[in-house]
Design a protein around this ligand. Sequence first.
Ligand code: NDP
Length: 592
Amino acid sequence: MADADKTALDAAQARYAAERTKRLRADGNEQYSELAGTFADFDTDPYVEPGFTRDPIVEETTAVIVGGGFAGMMTAVELKRLGMHDFRIIEKGGDFGGTWYWNRYPGCQCDVESYTYLPLLEETGFMPTRLYSSATEIFEYCQLIGRRFELYPHALFQTEIADAVWHDDEGRWLVTTSRGDEIHCKYFVTAGGILHKAKLPGIPGIDTFEGHAFHTSRWDYRYTGGSATEPMDNLRGKKVGIVGTGATAVQAVPQLAKYAEELYVFQRTPAAIGVRDNGPTDVEWFQSLQPGWHAERVENFTRCVTGEQPDVDLVKDGWTKVNWVNTQDASSPEHREELDIIDFEIMEEIRARVDEIIDDPATAEKLKPWYGKHCKRITFHDEYLPTFNLPHVHLVDTDGQGIERITPTGAVVEGEEYELDLIVFASGFEVTTDQHRRLGFDPAGRDGVRLSERWHDGAHSLHGILSAEFPNLLMLGIVQAGFGTNFVHFLQNSARHVAWVIEHCEGAGINTIEATPEAEEGWLMELYMAVGGMPDYSGNCTPSYYNSEGNRGPKAARNLTYIGSLLDYDGFLQRWRADAAETGEHTGARTT
Ligand code: NDP
């Protein structure tokens, strides 16, 4: 490495460390509040008419799936493929879609190319209209999947789980709901999503604000006017503040700027923003795709972003350029230095783009991200940065400290109050908090032991899916399971596995299946082996949900995800299924 490069790299890394230190706080995840409780109004579903009622249902079914997002829908589709039609889907929202039901904020779109992100494209024949689909299109696509695979008759919408209790004598779960339902089922599948529990920053005085406020995942078009596709005319003449500059804010800010009289963007840590280059689908190309194209493209994308460098990069976008190779994969000190340089150069490019776009040098400095490329999910956008050149858009940088306090009339930063009519909280979602907290209920396994009790020191599972003492509980989530840039790829594989386990147990006359405690510890070791140098890497990152807000505790050490390639994680699932099918052995699981 040239001396000049080395000096620049060292300087950047010193700045990364300083920016991290500035932001570390003892309260970590506790700095946030749930939307429930004091802020219950924030959690109201703005997309349904109030007053919905229905008669309670009392029934026996083979499986209950909690969650009607992609995870729940794909599990249902896989079950149907295997010839199983006896199941229920229970969903809090008023329709299918999950993330894409709740997130209807203006500008919302998927950040992974639609042709790889959207599932079941060959089965439905659906052609996304753009490279990166709008949330509106994706939500409509979820509804299309619901119709095409006849999932609607299985669904109970606007329904939340009250409790789920395993009855050993019956070999059944009893699932009760907010609508008074009592559903007995043999298998209980949790597919609640990873970014569904919205959080609010615990800013002092947040509950004293007398203007209007909402979270981005509960966008109140009744207040703003318009819709995701129509002008938000009610914002004209209004002073609007948006808290947060993550992936959500990056998409919403340009839209708010079109209508608000004054827009204040309260920034704690700048986002890294690469080139998006969205555009219409090349219809001729799409129509020329041959059977099998979708699986090939999905896999190729995952190979590229996990640094495998296949012969061809089919997607060729910002993600495949940034990819997921980092210092954890270094095979030698020289290789590590090489990866450090790649990381640095990518971030330098992102910082240089800020200078190119932003007119005011002081504002440009504040918008530059000073952390490594794997510290936060990189965003890609072409309109966000130019918005800050508009005279009525104000970047309120808080130098890593966040908003000082909220008053009845606005927000205070460094002693200065910014008067606001509306505060939009783009403050994200709980990701690494306890499983039962994110699920919104606490399943009781054998002998009434709750998941929160058995997992008091963090997760215990085989593949993140089965857990000891929780017979026939199948969990779809990232805790101790896979993860990937294209999250739907992970969900597709996991849904296939979960449906297979259910169908296999039914076919083999198995009454119960659960992990053994020994296998859970063995799986934890696999997870540790896959981690490599990632803890060191994220130990130098500014806090975020990626590193549990910078707090490493014993729980965080168990609540990790499989950091290796998603394809490797899926390899574990595939080998497990192959063994079970061939030998009848359910490695690491106890069956009765
Ligand atoms: P994030 O957690 O990424 O961002 C939350 C923002 O709120 C951060 O900028 C955070 O600052 C800021 N914040 C928190 N507390 C305060 C405070 N007290 N004062 C000021 N600012 C504060 O949430 P998002 O909703 O933006 O994104 C979450 C994830 O959702 C993404 O990582 C992505 O995976 C997914 N997503 C995907 C999209 C897609 O296109 N597929 C689109 C949008 C989101 P700080 O960084 O300092 O913590």
